[in-house]
Design a protein around this ligand. Structure first.
Ligand code: AMP
Length: 372
């Protein structure tokens, strides 16, 4: 398929952001015989080890971004905080097939949840909060416990706090220096996510994973999620319907809370997702490859799970254990280390996919190898 702007065949994928997601997009571009070029401010960005070319520049360097776009036939982004002021003019001139819309809709939690509701998904009840008075009003309406979150730039549990009783409201003050959202606390049974890719003709979705977080960071993803298959089907169908209703193209990951039969939208990201890493070895095709196929204008493949799979995130504190496990060469234990130059506690350094393994087997045979 051609780049609609230059009318050239798509041969080079441009990636804004050179973290582990950029690295895995570049790897899958290679698997499809394509090249990649990546832009990141860090000279030692993980993706640079794999990309065919790279540009070291800040994300707000308009000239460098334009150069990335000129040297690419289709451009994508690997993180969701690319500012509209930068991306919109680029979208007008270059081939950035996902466009700015899904990013715009996901960059502000208030807009994101309003959009999810308007397009048919159930969300926790929520209210905008800008100061102490609106916080008190929101607490009166939603009750406690509730979760206060900054509307923008929150990730992995940063920029949020749970308010359990009136006394906690004082703690909330420091967040209130920026616009916030208060959400009803959902005492969920479990968390789950779906990754989807749409090309305007079809939407394909990957099997639902059950996600276990620790300190707000994804720790493990278990697939298939051990839940009522009808509910999991409904989650996939509702996600696909949502993606179509919004008119999004490209990749989208949606995170949910499940309580009884209710599936609550929590948040979304228009990029490959940590909870979708298991797809590299656990499915017949993976989230990165389908994103690249979409960017290259090729027909999407519908993924199937090949075996039960557990994905364990490797944060800095687990890096040594992961290196040891890699050296032991276990069959069907796939250790991905991202090659980040500095390891820190809570920093994502890699992940391990245990293919053909249930959660029980993981707990019995492997969980003791990692920090609890
Ligand atoms: P988020 O950054 O919104 O994904 O939140 C990080 C984690 O905090 C989630 O994965 C949940 O475990 C928890 N959390 C966030 N919002 C809520 C909520 N409204 N009710 C219950 N738990 C929540």
């Amino acid at each position: 398929m051609n780049n609609p702007i230059t009318n050239r065949t798509v041969k080079t994928i441009g990636i804004i952001g050179g973290g582990q997601l950029g690295l895995m997009i570049a790897e899958q571009a290679h698997c499809l015989g394509l090249q990649s070029i990546c832009l990141d401010p860090a000279a030692d960005a993980p993706a640079f080890a794999v990309c065919d070319a790279h540009i070291v520049a800040r994300f707000d360097d308009a000239q460098a971004l334009a150069e990335l776009c000129r040297r690419s036939d289709a451009v994508t982004y690997e993180f969701e905080n690319v500012p509209g002021g930068i991306l919109v003019p680029l979208c007008e001139k270059y081939n950035i097939p996902q466009g700015y819309r899904p990013l715009y809709d996901s960059q502000d939690r208030l807009r994101e949840k309003t959009n999810a509701r308007e397009h048919g998904l159930l969300t926790p009840r929520f209210a905008a909060v800008n100061d102490e008075a609106s916080l008190l009003a929101a607490v009166r309406t939603l009750g406690l416990p509730a979760v206060l979150k900054t509307r923008t730039l929150g990730y992995d549990g940063h920029g949020q706090c749970v308010l359990r009783e009136e006394a906690d409201l004082a703690r909330a003050r420091e967040l209130l220096s920026v616009p916030c959202i208060l959400e009803e606390f959902v005492p969920f049974d479990f968390e789950a996510s779906v990754v989807l890719v749409a090309d305007g003709r079809q939407v394909v979705s990957f099997p639902v994973g059950r996600n276990i977080h620790r300190d707000g960071i994804l720790d493990r993803c278990i697939v298939p999620a051990d839940a009522d298959p009808t509910l999991l089907d409904r989650m996939r169908i509702e996600s696909e319907r949502f993606m179509r209703a919004c008119g999004y193209r490209g990749i989208l990951a949606i995170e949910y809370f499940v309580k009884g039969n209710d599936i609550y939208f929590n948040e979304m990201a228009p990029r490959p997702h940590n909870s979708g890493h298991y797809t590299i070895e656990g499915c017949t095709t993976n989230q990165f490859r389908e994103l690249v196929r979409y960017l290259a204008g090729e027909p999407l493949h519908r993924p199937e799970l090949t075996a039960p799979t557990v994905m364990k995130n490797i944060l800095g504190e687990d890096l040594e254990a992961a290196v040891r496990i890699a050296a032991e060469r276990h069959p069907n234990v796939c250790v991905h280390l991202y090659g980040k130059s500095e390891s820190r506690p809570k920093r994502k350094m890699g992940h391990i996919t245990f293919v053909g393994m249930t959660e029980e087997e993981f707990e019995r045979n492997w969980s003791d190898r990692f920090v609890k």
